[in-house]
Write a protein that binds this ligand. Structure first.
Ligand code: THU
Length: 126
């Protein structure tokens, strides 16, 4: 699975985005160590607070299917700029994969890759 292929799956995942409040579609594609991929989209709610981000949708789908070992996540959105994961999603990713590769792209197709620990140093731990 190349970085570009994972990004393409995240773009496809935007199709199921439920985002009537923000009109901002987000897609994520989470690559597991065994090569399987779980995708996710943002799912908004009239309460706003109950909204679930695309990244967490993908992580929760994977974990609920017994997967916990993740190597990369691609994130894209209907916005033109790089779409970085929000703070809550960074913490959720860190729970399972503190060194996961976060793959982003902008509307010109320029790929940027970050390690999660540079996006969220000093993760909260119990
Ligand atoms: N959103 C995500 O799906 N992922 C993020 O990391 C940041 C924000 C969604 C939530 C909401 O549906 C919309 O983007 C606007 O905040």
């Amino acid at each position: 699975m190349t970085e570009r292929e994972l990004l393409e799956l995240s773009i496809k995942a935007q199709e199921n985005s439920y985002s009537p409040y923000s009109q901002f579609r987000v897609g994520a594609a989470l690559l597991c160590a065994d090569g399987t991929v779980y995708t996710g989209c943002n799912i908004e709610n009239a309460t706003y607070g109950a909204t679930n981000c695309a990244e967490r949708t993908a992580v929760f789908k994977a974990v609920s299917e017994g997967k916990r070992d993740f190597t990369a996540i691609a994130i894209t959105s209907s916005g033109g700029d790089l779409t970085f994961p929000c703070g809550i999603c960074r913490q959720v990713l860190a729970e399972f994969a503190p060194e996961i590769k976060v793959i982003l792209t902008d509307k010109d197709g320029c790929i940027k890759i970050f390690k999660l620990d540079e996006l969220l140093p000093h993760t909260f731990k119990l």
